[in-house]
Design a protein around this ligand. Structure first.
Ligand code: CP
Length: 309
């Protein structure tokens, strides 16, 4: 593994497979009565989240604790960022206290690359602006592989706000690399120009995209990032693009329904689908812990604590 995990774009196919295979082993630790191993004993991990998060922050913290790392959460709302301190100065000050890893979520694309240049600590991207969310794509691939036993040759339909989604970008990079047939759909105003060059097929017909799909992944309408009218109303969006039970029936009989969360029920997904028999949304959340344990372990060098060996 390289020093940092900044994006799927930097990972080789072998590295992706290594992370997914390591996550299989890490999941077993979470099924034990005592869910803790000494692997990262003596290592300090700082979770630095400049944007709200439920799943990513919590699962990183659980993963760190299961590996016995010393973890520290920096709440931006009570930090000196509110007094005007820059990201670079915040990072330099944290770095001065010699953490081993920094998990960063930030609203600016490229924020993790900046920290990578400034810090000796290993940097893990927990979502940077509209750029990448690599651990989300890894846990999504892990979940698909668990259900379908492969990624290659599967038809994966991704529907939603294609323009603002870092989850989409990381998933396209990963799934196309592993040989999936990726189709994307969303309002024409939310289709990034040139997205086909990433190796996906694009259609504004959601019915065409979900036809015979092995997995359907819904993307959140990111209302906090919408500046301007991308579609007439949320009700209209649901009518044209929302994942309903009727639309799910067009997919394969064993389709899985995915969503990275947080969900807007009744906007990108109907509640009957989110809570229905094909939904693996909470499995994605559970798998996030194992995948993040794998990333932490491999970035630390993939070695057991010497004293514990
Ligand atoms: N999927 C995801 O990144 O969720 P959070 O924003 O809750 O971390």
């Amino acid at each position: 593994m390289k020093k940092d995990l900044l994006g799927i774009a930097d990972l080789s196919t072998d590295e992706i497979t290594l992370i997914l295979d390591t996550a299989e082993a890490m999941r077993e630790i979470g099924q034990r009565p005592i869910k803790k191993v000494p692997t990262l004993r003596g290592k300090t991990v700082v979770n630095l989240f400049f944007e709200p998060s439920t799943r990513t922050r919590t699962s990183f913290e659980i993963a760190e604790k299961r590996l016995s790392a010393d973890t520290l959460n920096i709440a931006v709302a009570s930090s000196s960022v509110l007094k005007g301190e820059t990201l670079a100065d915040t990072a330099r000050n944290i770095e001065a206290m010699a953490p081993d890893m920094i998990v960063l979520r930030h609203a600016s694309s490229g924020a993790c690359h900046l920290l990578s240049r400034l810090c000796r600590s290993r940097i893990i991207n927990a979502g940077d602006g509209m750029h990448e969310h690599p651990t989300q794509a890894l846990l999504d691939a892990f979940t698909i592989r668990e259900h379908k036993k492969r990624i290659e040759g599967l038809k994966i339909a991704i529907v939603g706000d294609l323009l603002h989604s870092r989850v989409l970008r990381s998933n396209i990079l990963l799934l196309v690399r592993l040989g999936a047939d990726v189709w994307v759909s969303g309002p024409p105003t939310m289709v990034p120009s040139g997205i086909e060059r990433l190796g996906v097929r694009v259609s504004t017909s959601v019915d065409k995209v979900v036809a015979d799909a092995d997995a359907i992944m819904l993307l959140r309408i990111q209302q906090e990032r919408l500046q301007g009218a991308f579609f007439p109303s949320l009700r209209e969006y649901f009518t044209v693009f929302g994942m309903t039970v009727e639309r799910v029936r067009r997919a394969k009989p064993d389709v899985i329904i995915m969503h990275p969360g947080p969900m807007n029920r009744g906007v990108e997904i109907a509640s009957e689908v989110a809570d229905g028999p094909y939904s693996v949304i909470l499995e994605q959340v559970a798998n996030g812990v194992a995948v993040r344990m794998a990333v932490l372990y491999l970035l630390a060098g993939g070695v057991e604590d010497e004293a514990a060996a």
